[in-house]
Design a protein around this ligand. Structure first.
Ligand code: CP
Length: 313
């Protein structure tokens, strides 16, 4: 692909799904289709971003997102530097803006950032002169996860429009839930959230989603169940009596899956807590597309980086 001939996104940064139009999302998917073909070739690399330097700065732990962004950047021939807050001068008191400006002084064009505080990417975009990609900001948004999730549903069913998606688990502390709701609704899907009352935010009705507290009813309604982890690291009080009780009421096992009237698709953004929100026989079943989601993450992130880089040329 020639950068000069590509269609453009309506945004310079990717801070959240709320900033993307339907046309932006469709353009990202079409571009990801092309990159998925590239990734299935013996030579998985293209020279598209060979003039671009990208810094991955992670203030929170990550396996999938960090590796997936780094692989996407390397497949596009970008120069890549990685920064983990735990082994940096942040531990000596350096601020976020000082940290990033120091990295940018080394002629970095784009920053991919994960941060525990909601809005950290938005804040940064107002204070530094580089493109920002939000790789997850607290319990706010995780836009590339939502894009790869919707892309995986499109791959499975041919279209997202008209599909019924149940997002099940700890909605209150989940950036994946909010970004998925916004993305799926833009693409014409119906969305339901399911979990204990204490883990469903009070404002959720204003987003136009259905709310269900009974797991089996949610599963019988949906085409796709996206199972979320309990985010104990973001919980400073107890939201339910015990993980055992949560698992008994909201854990998806093979017996429940096999009792449903139809065959549904199982998704999970990872990391999985096997035996809590999902049992191994479900996570590893033929109805699960969990590893397809991870595979699609590289193509989606290649598409996002490629299209954003085209904004500044
Ligand atoms: N899905 C996801 O964001 O996983 P990581 O925390 O491992 O990046």
């Amino acid at each position: 692909m020639q950068q000069s001939s590509i269609q453009k996104l309506s945004t310079r940064h990717l801070l959240g799904i709320k900033d993307l139009s339907v046309q932006d999302i469709e353009l990202i998917f079409e571009t990801a289709d092309t990159f998925k073909d590239v990734l299935n070739r013996p030579i998985k690399k293209v020279p598209s971003l060979r003039d671009i330097t990208i810094a991955n700065i992670f203030f929170e732990n990550s396996t999938r997102t960090r590796l997936s962004f780094e692989l996407a950047q390397k497949r596009l021939s970008a120069d890549v530097v990685n920064f983990a807050a735990s082994s940096s001068s942040v531990s000596k008191g350096e601020t976020l803006i000082d940290t990033v400006n120091n990295i940018l002084s080394m002629k970095v064009d784009m920053v991919v950032m994960r941060h525990p505080y909601p809005g950290a990417g938005i804040f940064l975009s107002r204070h530094i002169n580089a493109q920002i990609v939000n790789a997850g900001d607290g319990a706010h948004e995780h836009p590339t996860q939502a894009l790869l999730d919707a892309f995986s549903i499109r791959e499975k069913y041919g279209d997202v429009a008209g599909k019924k998606i149940a997002i099940i688990g700890d909605i209150l502390h989940s950036r994946v839930a909010l970004s998925n709701i916004l993305c799926l609704q833009k693409l014409g899907a119906e969305v339901m959230v399911c979990g204990p009352t204490t883990l469903i935010p009070k404002y959720i009705g204003s987003l136009g989603v259905k709310v269900e507290h009974n797991l089996v009813k949610a599963l019988n309604w949906c085409d796709v169940a996206n199972m979320l982890r309990i985010q104990l690291e973001r919980q400073d009080i107890k939201y339910f009596p015990s993980l055992r009780e949560y698992s008994m009421l909201y854990g998806l096992n093979k017996k429940i899956l096999d009792s449903l009237d139809k065959e549904i698709t199982i998704m999970h953004p990872g990391p999985i807590n096997r035996g809590v929100e999902i049992t191994s026989d479900v996570a590893d079943s033929k109805q699960s597309i969990i590893l397809d989601q991870v595979e699609n993450g590289v193509a989606i992130r290649m598409a996002v980086l490629y299209l954003l880089a085209g904004q500044v040329n």
